[in-house]
Design a protein around this ligand. Structure first.
Ligand code: PMP
Length: 382
């Protein structure tokens, strides 16, 4: 026994005691949290070493992918539910229901948080939603309502289907269960949670020194909420807020030229949420309440092509060990484009909304094929 203990101690002394990894872990151990919902937020900030070394700026990523259901949408789903509880629309354990129409991360966040808080979730989505997301929702026990892809003006489109399913439950006199329609695009609990949590966290982590902030825009909640906090509360008026926009999305023209190119009007048949890009979760051709309330705090939009995003995703993976989803890759491309215009050593923060594991069958199928020797020059094409 003595020999065994001695050996274990020697190994500890030799390999772990003075290793920086060991000391880093012990530096600030997170406290015990009383439930999965309590794990939401307080996400880490990491310097992206490859981009900081290859440009003249320091580039950081706010790792929203570290939230328990894997994206920034955990904050939004939780705040929508807590706000509805405060308004008396939901009661824990009743069992009450949360309805949403989404093909993205919000449904997964809603499903997980509903389970943690004693609610049920009902998610309507188009039947061409990626297999990863569908499997996750089913694993979480959400009721999944698959509908045919359709325009937002079609009553059977997935957002409309969710709203209709919610109304049906609330009109049903045979049950005590009630429901809310989460409505992430129009529900202002969305931008408010980024104003009250994501923004202050970023400010604190960066010690108030942020020269630029970059995010994509789906509902608009993240970019408008964070920008409002940094500029209107903390007075960082010189912090350059950039909306990274995928090809085919209307925000680029809206921010830079004041007009929104509406592909629906031009091409009638296209699904209104759908933009011609492989990137998921961002890009839109209509103005939502969560975007509109705070768009004046966005200074510029930078357009990024699918090809640039795919190459960047591979670059970050092989050079930093950072395995990100498609919208994060867009933000990183926008960061290196912006770095060329900003003074030396400017500090740029990007949102890393979700992980690559949610995009394996589509975006990462393309990104996997990129050569690991890819350079920033190859990404920008100049
Ligand atoms: N990235 C991903 C992967 C998303 O799912 C979303 C939200 N749809 C966003 C970025 C954009 O966030 P927001 O809705 O706050 O604009």
């Amino acid at each position: 026994l003595i020999t065994t203990s001695y050996t274990a101690y020697t190994v500890y002394e030799k390999y772990y005691k003075n290793s920086s990894k060991y000391n880093d872990i012990l530096e600030d151990p997170p406290k015990i949290k009383l439930g999965v919902d309590k794990l939401i937020g307080n996400t880490p900030m990491v310097r992206i070493n490859s981009l900081s070394k290859s440009t003249s700026c320091q580039i950081y990523a706010k790792l929203e992918l570290n939230n328990p259901a894997g994206s920034a949408k955990d904050r939004v789903a939780l705040n929508i539910i807590l706000t509805a509880e405060k308004n008396g629309q939901l009661t824990r354990g009743n069992p009450d229901w949360v309805f949403e129409g989404t093909s993205g991360s919000t449904g997964i966040s809603i499903a997980m948080i509903c389970n943690a808080l004693g609610y049920r979730s009902h998610i309507s989505l188009p039947d061409d939603t990626s297999i990863e997301k569908l499997s996750l929702l089913e694993s979480l026990g959400a009721v999944v309502n698959k509908v045919k892809p359709a325009s937002i003006v079609d009553p059977d489109q997935y957002v409309n289907a969710a709203k209709k399913a919610c109304e049906k439950l609330n009109n049903d006199t045979t049950t005590n269960s009630k429901g809310i329609f989460a409505d992430q695009f129009e529900n202002e609990a969305n931008w408010k949670v980024h104003f009250n949590s994501t923004g202050p966290e970023i400010y604190k982590q960066m010690n108030g020194k942020i020269d630029a902030f970059i995010a994509g825009c789906g509902t608009g909640g993240t970019i408008t909420g964070v920008a409002k906090y940094l500029k209107e509360v903390k007075g960082l008026n010189n912090c350059h807020v950039v909306l990274a926009d995928p090809q085919g999305s209307g925000f680029f023209n809206r921010i830079n030229y004041g007009v929104m190119y509406d592909s629906l009007e031009k091409e009638g048949t296209r699904r209104r949420h759908q933009v011609d890009t492989i990137i998921e979760g961002i890009g839109l051709n209509r103005i939502t309440r969560n975007f509109n309330h705070g768009e004046e705090n966005i200074d510029e939009s930078i357009r990024v092509t699918d090809d640039q995003a795919i190459k960047m995703a591979k670059f970050l993976s092989v050079n930093d060990g950072l395995f990100v989803g498609s919208s994060t890759a867009i933000n990183a491309v926008a960061a290196i484009k912006l770095a060329k215009k900003l003074p030396k050593d400017s500090r740029i923060v990007i949102i890393a909304c979700d992980s690559g594991s949610r995009h394996l069958s589509k975006f990462w199928k393309e990104a996997r094929a990129i050569d690991r020797n890819i350079t920033l020059k190859d990404i920008l094409g100049n």
